[in-house]
Design a protein around this ligand. Structure first.
Ligand code: ADE
Length: 225
């Protein structure tokens, strides 16, 4: 999979990709990530990429021209399956969306900033708009990092234990059951006996029941349909 990220702040985005699972996925060649600085696509003085909004009002708006040039240059080289704009008024990201996006070959992610981007970008260049939750960030970069993390960990070969993404919370619309590790007893707190029984069908059954119990209690909305 190839992900091209367009941003005015590449330095804000880079560190999540330089550590841990994401770095390993890149090093193994399972995903390619490219950062494009919008300022490299403007002819204006001071590399200006934003301007005041027509009609007045506080806040700058990212202009269409550098975004169009950057996306145009990328599209000349290859086909993109989705061109995603990170914005608080997009569809809220969930596991199903990440699962689907992880099957794509090439995607572009555009990070918004300030008051956002000129509406004509959204109308003509963007195929999908994604929010990571009902709160406002200072830019789309952290949202893009969250989106990339949730996608990349699903790519085959990224996680050591191939099955572990399948047992994540939200797969099957259920929260994950409780987990325990050594020691068996800590300050009088014990691990449930069933997990020490070696009876794997019973353990599986227990985990399923606990997952349902937890979901009913914490996220009944997930069980609705
Ligand atoms: N940009 C600003 N806020 C955002 C959010 N909640 N999700 C995605 N991009 C954003």
């Amino acid at each position: 999979m190839r992900i091209d990220i367009i941003t005015v702040l590449p330095e804000l985005l880079k560190s999540p990709f330089e550590a841990s699972i994401l770095k390993r996925a890149i090093d193994k060649g399972l995903v390619e990530i490219y950062f494009h600085n919008l300022r490299d696509y403007t002819d204006k003085t001071y590399n200006q990429v934003d301007d005041y909004q027509f009609g007045g009002g506080a806040g700058m708006v990212l202009m269409i021209e550098p975004i169009d040039k950057c996306i145009g240059a990328l599209k000349e080289k290859r086909h993109y399956d989705e061109i995603i704009y990170m914005t608080p008024d997009g569809e809220t990201l969930n596991q199903r969306t990440s699962n689907r996006l992880s099957l794509l070959k090439n995607i572009i992610i555009l990070c918004g900033h300030y008051k956002g981007v000129d509406q004509r970008v959204r109308d003509t260049l963007i195929t999908r708009e994604i929010s990571i939750g009902d709160y406002v960030l200072s830019g789309g970069e952290l949202g893009a990092a969250v989106l990339c993390d949730s996608i990349i960990r699903l790519l085959p070969g990224v996680l050591n234990d191939e099955t572990s993404a399948l047992t994540d919370t939200f797969q099957d619309d259920l929260l994950a059951p409780p987990v325990y590790t050594r020691p068996r007893e800590y300050k009088g707190l014990n691990v449930p006996d069933i997990l020490l029984s070696g009876n794997f069908p019973e353990i599986e059954k227990w985990r399923e029941e606990e997952a349902i119990k937890r979901t009913k209690k914490r996220r009944p909305d997930l069980l609705e349909d």
